[in-house]
Design a protein around this ligand. Structure first.
Ligand SMILES: Nc1ncnc2c1ncn2[C@@H]1O[C@H](COP(=O)(O)OP(=O)(O)OP(=O)(O)O)[C@@H](O)[C@H]1O
Ligand SMILES: [Mg+2]
Length: 504
């Protein structure tokens, strides 16, 4: 007796079709799974056996062989339980095997036959749609599968209700696509921040052009507070971005009840995060924080406290917008186009600029502290801003700043200008931060006055080629923020003020 059906394996965001072949033959009773299963897949035998028992069925007292083909792809995860169980039921003629050929099947079984939530249902459903098949998955994951388009979805609570569906005694209703309720989310408002006009302006520039931002200042100046307010001024995700972001979070198993994500992710990993946690990888390859921050913000608070190798591993993804995790048998790619916001104190005690409070080791300790961050990483950060402490007197005054909603409107307008420009040029880039090289020189060409100012500044500050282009890129964003088609000297002057800060 033989039956086959399809499930999937994940390699990064790529989905591979897996053929589950089930054979029940005469011989010594045995139950073996072959085709590079990991421990979770091998253990599915016990879950399948118990789930059958819960339904009053027993496994055939024969030789059962499950082959997961192609045999050279590592099978990881617990979603193989359901295809194995359904394959077995098809060989036992409990389920008609021709009813399974049009589906991609995935789900984890509990011992009582219930279907437990699994990761990766959305990418699997999108893959199923490309194969013109439907999907069978746990009920809780039905909401995310529904985003894959017009496909048949059988989202069942337990194995028994699936059997009843195939028998025709119970009909499984198609799930509704679910999406995050934006209005219910609590947005931190920029209005809460008193003073800090320069830092707020830098935050708006960063949001408008998608630039990376580094804030430097003494403890308690409001750096973490400023960074946490960035998502509130960023526009919501476009439908295609929302689908991409939801796919990654689905793979990482962090999707809230299968709801489509609509707000830009904001990830703030602790500085003790390991390299695989940040860039992806690990024993079972998982997307890292930088991929979970795709199309959103990665906030690294207390930047020098991160390990040096962890920070250096950000350099390549920051340029490429994707991460490649290399394994002995595969290269796994995850998208990671994120905006980096970092905060740090100028030295270990944090009070370098305040002679009354600075420790006795200043300014030497500042050099040691700051040298933990390499030049090439700092070079990838377009905006550097010093955040000074707000005095107690100013903190006591009522807040007079703009609310996040007003700033968000302006950010949206500036982003629309950029999008339109790059669309006309036929480019994939949508924000100034993603433009470099000759194209940047072309779109950000300053007027004559601006050019001479930039030339003088380049000589005076000994700007590197990267530094020069960084000023141009920020100036282009400043011009877009004021809806100016040409980059003017004012824009160059302001962009120069966000230059890398050198300490001594
Ligand atoms: N400009 C400000 N307006 C209102 N409150 C502020 C401001 N700056 C700091 N605070 C208050 O101080 C607290 C600490 O701020 P925050 O955590 O952002 O400081 P920080 O710069 O990140 O410090 P550290 O370097 O120690 O991490 C905030 O929770 C807030 O209550
Ligand atoms: Mg902080």
């Amino acid at each position: 007796m033989f039956s086959r059906l399809n499930t999937v394996a994940f390699q990064g965001v790529d989905v591979i079709t897996i053929d589950v072949q089930v054979q029940v033959s005469s011989g010594m009773p045995a139950f073996s799974i072959v085709g590079l299963p990991d421990k979770a897949v091998a253990e599915s035998r016990e879950r399948v056996r118990s789930a059958f028992h819960a339904m009053g069925l027993s496994l055939p007292y024969q030789r059962i062989t499950i082959n997961l083909a192609p045999a050279d792809v590592q099978k990881e995860g617990s979603h193989y339980d359901l295809p194995i169980a359904l394959g077995l039921l098809a060989t036992m003629k409990v389920v008609p095997s021709d009813s399974l050929v049009d589906f991609v099947v995935l789900g984890e079984l509990s011992l009582d036959g219930r279907l437990a939530p699994i990761s990766g249902v959305l990418p699997a459903a999108v893959h199923a749609a490309s194969l013109e098949k439907g999907i069978i998955c746990p009920k809780v994951c039905g909401g995310e599968a529904a985003w894959a388009g017009e496909i048949t979805i059988l989202a069942a609570e337990n194995l028994l209700s699936l059997l009843n569906h195939f028998k025709g005694t119970q009909v499984l209703s198609p799930p509704e696509p679910l999406m995050e309720d934006i209005s219910a989310q609590k947005i931190l408002d920029l209005r809460d921040i008193k003073g800090q006009e320069t830092a707020k302006r830098a935050l708006e520039v960063a949001a408008s052009g998608g630039h990376n931002l580094l804030m430097l200042g003494p403890p308690g100046a409001g750096k973490s507070m400023l960074a946490s307010r960035l998502p509130g001024i960023l526009p919501s995700l476009t439908p295609s971005e929302a689908l991409e972001v939801t796919m990654i979070h689905s793979l990482a198993g962090g999707l809230n009840e299968g709801k489509l994500i609509r707000t830009r992710p904001f990830r703030d990993p602790h500085h003790s995060a390991s390299m695989p946690a940040l860039v992806g990888g690990g024993l079972r390859v998982q997307p890292g924080e930088i991929s979970l921050a795709h199309h959103g913000v990665l906030f690294l608070d207390e930047l020098p406290e991160f390990s040096r190798t962890t920070l250096e591993s950000l350099r390549q993804p920051l340029e490429a917008g994707k991460t490649v995790v290399s394994r002995a048998n595969a290269h796994i790619t995850y998208p990671s186009r994120f905006q980096l916001v970092a905060a740090m104190n100028p030295c270990r005690c944090g009070y370098l600029s305040d002679p009354e409070r600075a420790c006795s080791r200043a300014p030497k300790c500042a050099l040691d502290y700051q040298s933990k961050i390499s030049g090439p990483l700092l070079d990838r950060i377009d905006l550097h801003v010093e955040v000074e402490e707000v005095s107690a007197k100013d903190l006591a005054l009522p807040s007079t700043g703009e609310p996040s909603s007003t700033v968000a409107e302006r950010v949206k307008r500036a982003r629309n200008i950029q999008e339109e420009r790059y669309q006309i040029l036929g480019l994939k880039a949508r924000l100034n931060a993603h433009v470099d090289g000759e194209l940047l020189d072309e779109v950000a060409l300053p007027d004559e006055e601006g050019q001479s100012l930039l030339k003088k500044a380049a000589e005076k500050f000994k700007l590197s080629a990267r530094g020069y282009r960084r000023v141009l890129r920020v100036a282009r964003t400043l011009a877009d923020m004021s809806a100016s088609p040409t980059v003017l000297s004012d824009h160059i002057a302001e962009a120069l003020s966000y230059r890398r800060i050198y300490f001594s």
